[in-house]
Design a protein around this ligand. Structure first.
Ligand SMILES: Nc1ncnc2c1ncn2[C@@H]1O[C@H](COP(=O)(O)OP(=O)(O)OP(=O)(O)O)[C@@H](O)[C@H]1O
Length: 364
């Protein structure tokens, strides 16, 4: 693997007994791949990027790029940031205001002969679609354009790895969506391996070849976006990604493999679920995502609409069954029901995901 982190740990000197900011993180990224780290505020995303950049010293583990060890807590090896050939783009893109766009992009190329430098700057301007703006000053560009300049500046010295920490967070939603597509295309076009930090799921899924979910310093899952969504490795990941609920269920042995009994019916596609014996009496909780619940007037199970949020193409309904259990459902927005109305629902779950019942919650 091109980038390899092995049991990386970081604890800030002034953390006074609080947990490590980064705790035993192991991950690998292939050459040219884009990895995205997502997680709640304070989970350690920025600290992990800073460790890779060499801005923080590891207390545990090892970081390698292309077979070269950059940091190893065991031997005390710590290459300084400037020796790592890693590019960085942060939220605060801080272009030099008194330099033109072309000069900003060429800033890190002082070591190159003039002709080569100019050639590289032209290539980078082309890459980010700003060839027409070479002579302008940063303040003459929009926020999105300035962020593209920051990206071009970081890419110009051809870093081995690009680290991007919430680079779009100060931009508005439409622009973010557009730029995340563009960023993915630019990184892939230049063959750059990158690690991107965000707290926005849509952005993570749009950009990442691999997505990692962090929680309290630990990396809970590191997988393709599809797998993170459909096969969350932990309860935290299941809860953090997408809209859904955990609802009581019982796994039983059926004629063709395990069945999962829930208040919205029997879920049959449970081949990859643990065996019924994995939980006491088979009692567990099943993840039901909003897109697993289908509105169907003919369905025998009815649920009352407690809350609804209009999301353009669909509503996100919060539903309550007669038994009191709550579910969420995405319903096409032409099905505009009233709050309090009872509608028919059924579960259509492709990937059944179960977890043990947390301590303190009584099984039925
Ligand atoms: N320089 C520092 N000194 C001491 N503690 C720090 C320092 N920087 C971060 N921390 C702590 O380390 C933990 C991880 O912080 P970090 O900034 O890496 O999280 P994050 O996931 O990037 O959060 P956010 O999404 O809010 O930026 C937090 O508990 C934070 O308070």
């Amino acid at each position: 693997m091109f980038l390899a982190l092995d049991q990386v740990g970081l604890r800030y000197p002034n953390s006074h007994g609080r947990r490590a900011a980064v705790d035993a993180v192991t991950l690998a990224l292939g050459r040219g791949q884009i990895g995205v780290l997502i997680g709640p505020s304070g989970c350690g995303k920025t600290s992990l990027l800073r460790s890779i950049a060499g801005l923080e010293r590891l207390q545990a583990g090892r970081i390698r790029i292309d077979g070269e060890t950059l940091a190893d807590a065991g031997s005390g090896l710590h290459l300084p940031p400037e020796a790592r050939r890693i590019g960085m783009v942060f939220q605060d893109y801080a272009l030099f205001p008194h330099l033109s766009i072309a000069q900003n992009i060429g800033f890190g190329l002082q070591g190159l002969p003039r002709q080569q430098r100019e050639q590289r700057v032209r290539e980078m301007l082309e890459l980010v679609g700003l060839a027409h703006a070479a002579k302008r000053a940063p303040h003459q560009l929009s926020g999105g354009q300035q962020q593209r300049v920051a990206l071009a500046r970081a890419l110009a010295p051809a870093p081995r790895l690009m680290l991007l920490d919430e680079p779009f967070s100060s931009l508005d939603v439409d622009l973010r969506e557009h730029l995340s597509q563009e960023l993915r295309a630019i990184l892939h076009a230049s063959g750059t391996t990158a690690l991107f930090v965000t707290h926005d799921q849509a952005e993570a899924f749009a950009i990442g070849d691999v997505v990692g979910v962090m929680h309290q310093g630990r990396l809970e899952q590191w997988d393709e976006a599809y797998t993170v969504y459909h096969r969350p490795a932990t309860r935290f990941v299941a809860d953090f990604i997408g809209h859904g609920v955990f609802t009581p269920a019982r796994i039983v042995a059926g004629p063709d493999g395990p069945l999962v009994r829930t208040a919205v019916g029997e879920l049959t596609d449970a081949g990859e679920c643990p065996l019924p014996t994995a939980y006491p009496d088979g009692a567990c909780e099943v993840l039901l995502r909003a897109d697993d619940i289908v509105h169907d007037d003919l369905a025998p199970v009815k649920a009352q609409i407690e809350r609804k949020i209009f999301r353009g193409a669909e509503f996100l309904y919060t539903l309550r069954l007669a038994s009191g259990e709550r579910l969420m459902a995405h319903v096409p927005s032409h099905h505009d029901h009233q709050l309090g109305e009872w509608i028919g629902i059924r579960a259509h779950v492709d990937h059944v995901v179960t977890f043990g019942i947390p301590a303190g919650v009584a099984a039925d």
